[in-house]
Write a protein that binds this ligand. Structure first.
Ligand SMILES: Nc1ncnc2c1ncn2[C@@H]1O[C@H](COP(=O)(O)OP(=O)(O)OP(=O)(O)O)[C@@H](O)[C@H]1O
Ligand SMILES: [Mg+2]
Length: 416
């Protein structure tokens, strides 16, 4: 049995093993070693698919239920809540179990052998300021991984894993600030790394600080959606009764990847119909009802995410929105994105400052800032990170692979 590292990410999942004279990520999705963390329960064929095929099935209009951001349920009461399938209901714990089972099977197929012990990545904080929630999240994920057939399951902080990957390439001693900004969380560590330290069995004294915050790319998607798309569906619109606005909670759910399915119930639809009767702008609410009826929630979220990603390279982009019974091309530009998400970027910067303070070092002591995670590609996020260590060298990690590779290094150390 082969030991492995598993990066179960909010948006993307990777799994690595030792290979040749190094470490490698296994192909999990066709030839790709990055697998979108997505599950689709296909109501037509009664099959369950994961990864890009899950997203494609949903987009092509197959009747069924798409689930994304399932990691966000860990550490919240929702982990044991359930959601409706065609027949019966399924808990989010079981959805994560289904996903990890299929990931393990695919990895074993790519490897041509059985996987045994695993080091699983975890954010420094699954939930902010809630040690009990954090412990519960780790425990739940450990139970799910064992139920999926992994033998010994242990954890490592995601930014420490990224540091171990970075350490494979450094030539000398340095003090590094690791920044891993993913889909669900932003994680940081301040670590001493170097070739001579790699073989040390206990690295505790090299880790000066670890900290994190539950802010990631999906929050940027949500806030961009609330600023651009949701107003088209009645967010902020007036009710007939003077002074009242359409309730924000509906729009928050629709704009939050992990909560979109909460609107797909008879109870939620009844609330939307009531809202339409009481609205002073019922045509917007009618559009909202169409989105929910046609199960277009994820399609809108995908359009927003695509727009956000386009704005990393371009000053302006178009959101191609499909309501189900109508469509709209909505222009967005980088200033709009930056205004909508400025608070999130600022919180990331503040948490880095806290992390440096915990480490007991001033910014000028940091030799290198190592960047990994898809959301470090957001110009505003990158600027917020680099502003906290302006003199440091900037090292681009493997954006989607460093954490998985570092977990694999750690798995070798612990179980190899
Ligand atoms: N070019 C880009 N510009 C901005 N954001 C991007 C870009 N490419 C990907 N992203 C965002 O990066 C996020 C996914 O990053 P990543 O795969 O590192 O997260 P993850 O590891 O799954 O999540 P986490 O570590 O928080 O659990 C998504 O929110 C995605 O929209
Ligand atoms: Mg990650």
């Amino acid at each position: 049995m082969t030991a492995c590292g598993l990066d179960f990410g909010t948006s993307n999942t990777t799994l690595g093993v030792r290979g040749g004279d190094g470490f490698r990520l296994l192909a999990l999705d066709g030839m790709r070693n990055t697998l979108p963390t997505a599950v689709f329960f296909d109501f037509e064929s009664d099959r369950t698919t994961i990864g890009q095929a899950a997203i494609d099935a949903y987009v092509s209009g197959v009747e069924g239920r798409l689930m994304r951001s399932i990691k966000s349920m860990l550490g919240t009461d929702l982990i044991d809540a359930d959601t409706a399938l065609r027949k019966g209901r399924i808990s989010f714990r079981a959805v994560i179990g289904t996903f990890l089972n299929l990931v393990k099977a695919r990895a074993e197929q790519a490897l041509g052998g059985e996987l045994g012990d695993v080091v699983v990545g975890r954010p420094v904080h699954f939930v902010d300021g809630d040690p009990a929630g954090d412990a519960a999240a780790e425990q739940a994920l450990g139970e799910i991984a064992r139920a999926a057939g992994f033998r010994n399951v242990s954890f490592q902080f995601e930014p420490i894993a990224a540091a171990l990957d970075y350490e494979q390439q450094v030539a000398g001693e340095e003090l590094a600030l690791i920044a891993d900004i993913g889909g669900g969380t932003s994680d940081f560590s301040v670590v001493r790394i170097g070739p001579a330290r790699r073989a040390k069995p206990d690295r505790a004294e090299d880790i000066l600080a670890n900290d994190g915050i539950r802010v990631g790319g999906t929050d940027f998607d949500r806030d961009l959606s609330l600023a651009t798309v949701m107003p088209e569906l009645g967010f902020g619109s007036a009710m007939k009764r003077a002074g009242l606005l359409a309730p924000k909670s509906i729009y928050l759910d629709l704009a939050t990847w992990s909560k979109i399915n909460f609107l797909y119930t008879a109870k939620a639809m009844a609330e939307l119909e009531r809202l339409q009767r009481d609205s002073a702008e019922p045509e917007k609410i009618e559009r909202l009802i169409g989105v929910v009826e046609h199960r277009q929630g994820h399609a809108l979220a995908m359009a927003v995410e695509r727009g956000k990603i386009a704005l990393s390279d371009h000053e302006a982009a178009e959101l191609a929105l499909d309501w189900g019974d109508g469509a709209l091309s909505l222009p967005v530009d980088r200033p709009t994105l930056n205004r909508a998400t400025g608070t999130l970027a600022a919180r990331i910067g503040t948490r880095i400052r806290d992390c440096l303070a915990e480490a007991g070092v001033t910014a000028d002591r940091i030799d290198a800032v190592f960047l990994t995670g898809g959301s470090t590609l957001l110009p505003q996020v990158r600027a917020a990170i680099l502003a906290e260590a302006p003199g440091a060298r900037v090292v681009e990690g493997n954006i989607f692979g460093s954490v998985g590779l570092g977990l694999t290094v750690e798995a070798q150390r612990r179980y190899g």
